[in-house]
Design a protein around this ligand. Structure first.
Ligand code: ADE
Length: 230
């Protein structure tokens, strides 16, 4: 998989890909992540990429030319399965999107900024708009990192134990059960006996029940999907 991230703050996005699971996926050649500086496509002397909004009002708008030049340049080199725009008014990211996107070959992510981008970019280039939640970030870079992370870890070969992605929260419309490690007794706070029993079938059953209880209590919206009510 190749992920091309178009941003005015490439440095902001360097660190997330230089550690842990994402770094390993890149080192293994399973994924290639490229950070593209949008300012390199500005034709202005000051390398500006934003301008005042037509019709007035507060806040700057990202201009069409640098973005169109950048996207056209990238598209001339390869075909993209998705050109994603990160925006609080996009579709909210969920595990289903991540599963689907983890099977794609080439993804471009355009990080939004200021008051947004010229609407014509959204109309003519963007294939999917994604929000990572109902709150407003100061830019789309952190959203791009979240989207990339949630996709990359699902690609076969990225996680050591492949089943660990399948048992994540949300994969079967259930939250994950509680987990514990040593010591079994920390100042009187004990690990549930069942987990120390060595009886795998009973442990699996307990975990499944815990998952169901947790989902019912914490995420009734997901519980409905689990019950097949949605
Ligand atoms: N840009 C600003 N806020 C955002 C959000 N919640 N999701 C994705 N991109 C954003």
């Amino acid at each position: 998989m190749r992920i091309d991230i178009v941003t005015i703050h490439p440095q902001l996005l360097e660190s997330p890909f230089q550690h842990s699971i994402l770094k390993r996926a890149i080192d293994k050649g399973i994924v290639e992540v490229n950070l593209i500086n949008l300012r390199d496509y500005s034709t202005h002397k000051q390398k500006s990429v934003d301008d005042y909004a037509f019709g007035g009002g507060a806040g700057m708008v990202m201009m069409i030319e640098p973005i169109a030049n950048c996207i056209n340049d990238l598209k001339s080199k390869r075909e993209y399965d998705e050109i994603i725009y990160t925006s609080p008014d996009g579709e909210q990211l969920n595990q289903g999107h991540c599963n689907r996107m983890s099977t794609l070959k080439n993804i471009m992510i355009l990080c939004g900024h200021y008051k947004g981008i010229d609407e014509r970019i959204r109309e003519h280039f963007i294939t999917r708009e994604i929000s990572i939640g109902d709150y407003v970030l100061s830019g789309g870079e952190l959203a791009a990192a979240v989207i990339s992370d949630s996709i990359i870890r699902l690609i076969p070969g990225v996680l050591n134990d492949e089943t660990s992605a399948l048992t994540d929260s949300f994969q079967d419309n259930l939250l994950a059960p509680p987990v514990y490690t040593r010591p079994a007794d920390y100042n009187g706070w004990k690990v549930p006996d069942i987990l120390l029993s060595g009886h795998t079938a009973n442990i699996d059953k307990w975990r499944h029940e815990q998952s169901i209880d947790r989902t019912k209590q914490r995420r009734p919206d997901i519980y409905k999907k689990f019950k097949g009510e949605e």
